[in-house]
Write a protein that binds this ligand. Sequence first.
Ligand code: NAD
Length: 441
Amino acid sequence: MNITIIGTGYVGLPSGCGFAELGHNVICVDNDITKITKLSQGIVTLYEDGLEELLKKNLASGKLKFSSDLPSAVGAADIVILAVGTPPDPTNGQADLKYIHAAVKELAPALKDYTVVATKSTVPVGTGDEIENIIKKYNPTAMFDVISLPEFLREGYAVYDFFNPDRIIVGTNSERAKELVESLYKNLPKKTEILFVNRYSSETIKYASNAFLAMKIHYINEIANFCEKTGANVLEVAKGMGLDSRIGNRFLNPGPGFGGSCFPKDTKALSYMAHQKGLNLSLVDATIKGNAERKEEMAKRIYDKVKKISEDTQVKVKLSILGLAFKEGTDDCRESPAVEILQNLLNIMTQEDKETIEICAYDPKAMPIAKTILKDNITYKDSIEECLRGAHIATILTEWKCFGDTDFNAYKDTLKAVLDFRNLSKKKRLTDFEAKIIVGL
Ligand code: NAD
């Protein structure tokens, strides 16, 4: 089957490499020419475990190609998959569809024989209708079906998730499109349920799923606050809750709040859509508000600890931040809690604080991207060791395994506190420090 994917970001690139590996002929299109040049040479433009090997292998076999010429890439496609961004409008949180609209206007005139246009981007309910209307306007004789094909991959596990999806959701009533989707996925290594629903339902499933997971994280963070007041141990509480198969143990890790390119924007977009229909999704709204407050609260905790150590030691305090990506396994910093907490912290700090506190950070993959956001307001170190050498406080903000494996005792000449916002550290490694495991205990 000939597949054209529009957008080679965190969704489009792993999907393109994956479909090529399943035996399809794939052309990945992007209007970022630098990306296309690099990808054509086998250079990955984002970090995902296993992606580089998959890219090189399928480029070499000729199954995977890259292009910035969208119309030429669309003509021979059986299916065109939209994987462009749908970022939040900063004024009201609604999903901004400008990239979708631009891509559809460009692809419409290029459609030749019957083609399925599938939306993998997360789009508001009813966007399938809009795409259909745009195509009809720019190519009245085109034979096509627009389907919703939401993506559920987890960043950090994108390659694994491509080949091992929990489920495939398809929004369409067209029998012809259903058959095509079945052959698209027929070579997956394990049989996976394809749930066919109507297009509005499919578009809603994506938002309802992400909002639910975001709510689950926010809920355990609230329970963590409760545990801190009662003497309960939130890790034990989460474990006990998770043993109930109706609840499940995933997304019950207390932490600094959720972030990333999906949960924050999708909860806001869902809330916006509901308000447009005169509805109030109170749980979703409380989750959005509570998550923003959590990141402020975490910054305040760091600030208070830094100030206390500053007063106690009367020296310039070195604060080491471990982790900048929004989660482990990725270089993505979009709405990263680590980055937002640092921004909040920098906002709380007075000019005098800035002269008496040095903030440095290390992340295994995300530093180049984080630097573009945080600029030179902090310093960047090339290793955990360099970041922790001479530090007075270490703060873990991203759940990279290497941070949990760190022996903080090696730095105890200067290190006074380890603030582990991800509850990663082995307790025995932290016996000498105050504020050992910080969240919920
Ligand atoms: P991204 O920003 O990483 O990638 C989007 C790409 O599309 C960019 O490379 C951009 O240059 C390209 N692009 C934009 N307009 C174009 C056009 N007209 N022609 C060609 N290329 C164009 O975004 P992403 O993280 O991959 O997300 C894409 C969509 O998938 C979003 O709607 C997102 O909500 C959804 N999604 C993302 C994830 C995730 O984990 N990142 C998971 C599920 C769903």
